[in-house]
Design a protein around this ligand. Structure first.
Ligand SMILES: C[S@@+](CC[C@H](N)C(=O)[O-])C[C@H]1O[C@@H](n2cnc3c(N)ncnc32)[C@H](O)[C@@H]1O
Length: 234
């Protein structure tokens, strides 16, 4: 199991890992999710924008797939990440997305969001929360920048709750092996496996959202509960 150092060293280690992974990150996602990750992001995007298009912040945007999925539904999106190399890949995709897909890219930290109170109609985060060391501080920041009634949409991977030895085996052996082969960054995919195991259960995350002051929390399972969306309202 990969254990990263705590605190600021851990943050540096995570940023460094994503900067090395950036050129092959999308390929790894497509192959290892068996092509399902794009549909998971589209489901999350629809939950972020149930009515009229608005202004949406996509935190830990990486290569911007979730940001682009939200923008394709008509919202204007600010895509924020602290890893420049991941953002550069995302910006390339943003330029090719064509007119009407409105995404602005910003280098920044999820723990210190550079926006005033009550700015966004929705905040999204896809497969990013596992990497953020201080969940309570992150949720307080998100709550601050959301408008009253704004939606927080969190898409995450979870280990199999019961049984499914095949799923467990896939996460433990296939993900690091194949991910390493595709990217040359086996350590990053071992980290992916351990970070999924170490992250909150869906119920613990629901409780953290409630403790942070969010309401009307819904858990939406996607594809055999391998991924889930938490929807929460400020
Ligand atoms: C697994 S990737 C997810 C990327 C993207 N959201 C997706 O759907 O594929 C995690 C991203 O979180 C970013 N990240 C981790 N901690 C962060 C922080 N404290 N502030 C901003 N971005 C962060 C990393 O740089 C990386 O791009």
């Amino acid at each position: 199991m990969v254990r990263l150092p705590e605190s600021s060293q851990r943050i540096q280690a995570i940023r460094g890992m994503f900067s090395r992974l950036a050129p092959r990150y999308d390929l790894g996602n497509r192959v290892l999710s068996l092509g399902l990750d794009s549909s998971w992001r589209r489901s999350a995007a629809r939950l972020a924008q149930p009515g009229r298009p608005g202004l949406v912040l996509d935190v830990a945007t990486g290569t911007a797939d979730l940001a682009l999925a939200v923008a394709r539904l008509g919202s204007r999106v600010v895509a924020l990440d602290f890893c420049e190399e991941m953002l550069q890949v995302g910006m390339g995709k943003g330029r090719k997305a064509g007119p009407g897909v409105d995404v602005a890219f910003l280098l920044g930290d999820a723990l210190s969001l550079p926006f005033p109170l009550d700015t966004f109609d929705a905040v999204t985060i896809g497969f990013g929360m596992r990497n953020i060391p201080d969940l309570a501080r992150y949720l307080a920041e998100v709550r601050r920048v959301l408008k009253p009634g704004g939606r927080l949409v969190t898409l995450e991977l979870y280990p199999p709750a019961h049984g499914s030895r095949a799923h467990r085996w896939y996460l433990k052996h296939v993900v690091p092996g194949v991910g390493g082969l595709l990217s040359g960054q086996g350590v990053a995919y071992e980290y992916l496996h351990s970070s999924i195991r170490q992250f909150s259960t869906p119920e613990e995350l629901r409780d953290s959202l409630r403790d942070a002051g969010f309401g009307a929390i819904e858990i939406v399972p996607l594809h055999l509960r391998a991924a889930m969306v938490h929807l929460a309202i400020k």
